[in-house]
Design a protein around this ligand. Structure first.
Ligand SMILES: N[C@@H](CCC(=O)N[C@@H](CS)C(=O)NCC(=O)O)C(=O)O
Length: 264
């Protein structure tokens, strides 16, 4: 099992202690954190729940570069949630092309992401992010139910288009229609899906738009038209968040990850 751990620098550890003083345990100084804590963008209101050990998260391993996170948007969604909630985690890399026995024992479906919560391995990014929201409500990330499905159809339309071999089959137009609706929505309600603050639906959609940008750029020489200015700024602002930079897949992994589907 390959686990990546990064020891925070003394400076970031000081920041960690300062900001998490009321939830951290006495073992803090000897704990190794995988994600580096950063000065939060907004005032940090900490959960009263105790975070005394990093969460173990099974993630897809890079197929191009040793010891790097791979290209799973569902995994990135979970890592983004942990990062935005300033929760520590250790990533356990899983080679999905040759799933190890230890992984298949804890994940009968053989899928990532998988997180250990209360001593139980929990699969599925929907379930995991919901559980994290309930256990660690600060900062609140829940998207109101009436907004939770905004942008939901963009990913399936992107998948159909990237796999399409017939330029006149309507898949590009179907994606453009979804992007038009999303652009109009953001113009009225943005800059994020729930207004001024990022929420769970953005953390789900962001990694998918990242795949869209890289895969369509590479395989179809296609990019989101400039006329979708609200979608373009949305992507820019999600992709430039520290949480996103810390958890994004390598571009080459996204390209290689889509290759079998595009060529298939
Ligand atoms: N509905 C799941 C989807 C997870 C998923 O499809 N993960 C992919 C990697 S991105 C996987 O583990 N695939 C392995 C396989 O199907 O063998 C979630 O939201 O977590």
């Amino acid at each position: 099992m390959s686990t990546v751990k990064i020891t925070p620098s003394p400076a970031s550890l000081t920041t960690t202690i300062k900001h998490l003083a009321c939830i951290q345990q006495p073992r803090l100084q000897s704990t190794i954190f995988t994600n580096k804590f950063r000065t939060p963008r907004r005032a940090l209101t900490v959960s009263m729940a105790s975070v005394d050990t990093p969460f173990e998260v099974c993630v897809k391993q890079s197929i191009t570069t040793p010891n790097k996170l791979g290209d799973c948007p569902f995994t990135q969604r979970v890592l983004l949630t942990l990062e935005e909630k300033q929760l520590p985690y250790d990533m356990k890399f899983v080679d999905l092309s040759n799933k190890p026995d230890w992984f298949l024992k804890i994940s009968p479906e053989g899928k990532v992401p998988l997180i250990k919560l209360d001593e139980k391995w929990v699969p599925d990014s929907d379930v995991i992010t919901q559980a994290l929201e309930e256990k660690f409500p600060e900062p609140p990330l829940a998207t109101p139910p009436e907004k939770a499905s905004v942008g939901l159809k963009i990913f399936p339309k992107f998948v159909a288009f990237v796999k399409s071999k017939d330029p006149s089959d309507g898949t590009e137009q179907a994606l453009l229609d979804e992007l038009t609706a999303f652009n109009d929505y953001l113009k009225e309600n943005g800059p994020f899906i729930n207004g001024n603050d990022v929420s769970a639906t953005d953390l789900s959609l962001g990694p998918k738009l990242y795949h869209l940008e890289i895969a369509l750029g590479y395989y179809k020489n296609w990019s989101v038209p400039d006329s979708f200015s609200y979608v373009k700024s949305y992507m820019k602002s999600i992709f430039s968040r520290e949480s996103f930079i810390n958890t994004r897949a390598l571009k080459e992994d996204v390209i290689e990850g889509w290759r079998p589907k595009v060529m298939g």
